[in-house]
Design a protein around this ligand. Structure first.
Ligand code: N01
Length: 547
């Protein structure tokens, strides 16, 4: 990295203006830190800025999937639906940015390309694709957990003359598919949402499925009059309940989900089926709360998976298509996909399911796509092919710590972190919602982690320290615990992005903390006791253990 005398000096660089980056700006300002946030997009919102494909919608109830830091914001914002669509969530992000005057510290249309730790100054030297250079004491990667798209790479794609769309980079100007021959590649949550919408418009829709997803009706509905004001009176209790829950969404089951207390195997079949029926009636992510061992015991899991497969058969007319749409891996080990009329789309004559396990994609031609040896003529193709989850967004930045060590190179060997927020050798660098962070409501997690980081900064500064980094042994312990917890669940029993399986060559490891939010908070609290989890440095020498 080139040095420059004209370099701008600030306290904190924040990369990304999604929900995490926005709150980090707010918190950093409260602590009196000067900040500069860089965002690739033209506006804030992160995921909710980029994923503007038809049908994009949240599947955690909005009153829970929203900031809790401002009681005024909670009271003044009205959600129109139980699960809002992308435009409404983007408007919410815009409102937050305006209301708290956050945009003056955000530079849009700017990609951070490099962040190098300069050991002589103990500061991060950050470069952007617009040629800007900044020197910052702290560097915060608010780059998102599911934000780095996998670019579609198919033979002959450059020759394809039709329209091409990527769900995660959807154009601002809404394309129309009316009467067109369209293919969707990918049947994860994004594919399922876009298929449900495009099926209503397209003349012919081909769904190219490699792995089916378990689905459940979302059961979205408008927020009824009176419901919003009632909810607003209960925010304090709701936040408390979320904060003490495993995953940060509590409303989905009958409007108040008690934590599961029984194994699916210790109740009668009748009781079990009744429980599953209730979950399906409630919809959304409610099966996550069905029984204590749904994600721990294969036998218990199978009872839920069998139930979900029955529901697929009930909704799809053709039994052969229903079979192809039925997953054979343990349910919940890949993301459950709440949907609206997805399965019913396959009952329509103009929607065709193409099972890529029978015949893989061969190549694109100027007129369409060849699967096996059949060519399908297309006007448009939509790629919903997923993301390089957790590590991808940071890997795309040249991040170097002490000794010029590249973070990407370290993570190519094995993913390591302390508390899902930092790693040894990269002082004063933190990430939010990144590798080894809990599988938890991402907005509330961002609040917690930003609070944690800013409190740490305050305390270390009071302590006279210049730099803070993860204690190597404590980091090793946290990684071991994360992996042990992951290995005690069923997540390793399928190919999934939680384990890095969707990226060829990515080392297989538990990328999320699956131990629940309360236990995660305990880890964070313990790390702060006498600075046990960290190493502090107060001068330009190597950092020393404090405490
Ligand atoms: O990505 P995915 P997503 N040829 O990785 C297929 C969140 N989200 O964007 O599984 C053919 O789940 C791939 O097939 P396979 C949510 O957390 C939330 O849909 O590799 N197919 C798979 O079917 C979600 O889990 C919401 O065999 C190829 C699909 O592409 C996460 O984002 C909405 C292929 C990718 O599915 C990611 O979801 C949307 C190829 N070469 C997203 N490469 C809500 O809140 C990949 N695929 C509701």
């Amino acid at each position: 990295m080139t040095s420059s005398l004209n370099i701008k000096h600030i306290d904190m660089v924040i990369v990304g203006a999604g929900f995490a980056g926005l709150y980090m700006i707010y918190r950093a300002r409260q602590c009196g830190l000067s900040v500069q946030c860089y965002e690739i997009g033209a506006r804030e919102g992160g995921t909710w800025y980029w994923n503007r494909y038809p049908g994009a919608r949240v599947d955690i109830e909005c009153v829970e999937y929203s900031y809790s830091f401002s009681k005024e914001l909670e009271q003044e914002w009205d959600w129109s639906e139980r699960y809002a669509s992308q435009p409404e969530i983007e408007r919410y992000a815009n409102h937050v940015a305006e209301r708290f005057d956050l945009r003056r510290d955000i530079q849009f249309n700017t990609r951070v390309t490099a962040a190098h730790f300069d050991e002589s100054t103990q500061r991060w030297q950050v470069e952007t694709d617009t040629g800007e250079r900044v020197s910052a004491r702290f560097c915060i990667m608010a780059t998102g957990l599911i934000s780095a798209p996998i670019e579609p790479r198919f033979k002959g794609l450059d020759d394809f003359a039709g329209e091409q769309y990527l769900t995660s980079r959807w154009p601002a100007e809404e394309p129309t598919f009316a009467g067109k021959r369209v293919a969707v590649i990918g049947t994860g949550s994004s594919g399922i949402q876009v298929i449900s919408e495009v099926a209503q418009e397209a003349g012919q829709l081909y769904v190219l499925q490699r792995t089916p997803s378990f689905t459940i009706p979302l059961r979205n509905r408008p927020v009824e009059p009176g419901q919003a004001s009632k909810m607003k009176q209960q925010y304090a209790e709701l936040r408390d309940r979320q904060f003490n829950s495993f995953s940060g969404f509590t409303l989905v089951h009958s409007n108040l989900a008690p934590p599961p207390s029984k194994s699916a195997l210790e109740v009668s079949e009748e009781e079990r089926l009744e429980e599953y029926e209730n979950r399906w009636a409630s919809g959304g992510l409610s099966p996550y709360y069905a029984f204590t061992d749904s994600l721990l015991s294969m036998e218990s899991n199978k009872t839920l998976a069998d139930f979900a497969r029955t529901k697929i058969r009930e909704r799809v007319d053709d039994p052969i298509i229903a079979e192809k749409l039925s997953p054979d891996y343990p349910i919940l080990t890949r993301r459950l996909s709440p949907e609206t009329n997805y399965l019913e789309a396959f009952n329509q004559a103009h929607v065709e399911l193409i099972d890529l396990h029978e015949h893989p994609i061969s190549h694109f031609t100027p007129d369409g796509i060849v699967v096996g040896d059949t060519e399908f003529q297309l006007d448009a193709v939509i790629f919903a092919t997923g993301f390089d989850v957790m590590t991808g967004a940071m890997d795309r930045i040249d991040i170097r710590g002490r000794g010029d060590q590249a973070l990407k190179a370290r993570w190519t060997e094995s993913v390591t972190s302390h508390l899902g927020m930092m790693t040894h050798g990269f002082p004063n660098l933190f990430w939010i919602n990144g590798p080894h962070s809990p599988f938890y409501n991402p907005i509330l997690l961002a609040e917690f982690q930003c609070d944690f980081v800013t409190e740490l900064i305050d305390e270390m500064t009071d302590h006279g320290a210049e730099v803070i980094e993860a204690n190597k042994d404590e980091e090793r312990r946290y990684v071991q615990l994360t992996n042990d917890i992951g290995n005690s669940t069923l997540y390793p029993e399928s190919d999934n992005y939680y384990m890095g399986d969707n990226i060829p060559g990515k080392p297989r490891a538990t990328l999320f903390w699956f131990g629940g939010f309360p236990f995660y908070r305990t880890q964070c609290r313990l790390a702060r006791e006498a600075w046990k989890g960290f190493e502090l440095g107060s001068d330009r020498a190597q950092p020393q253990q404090a405490g």
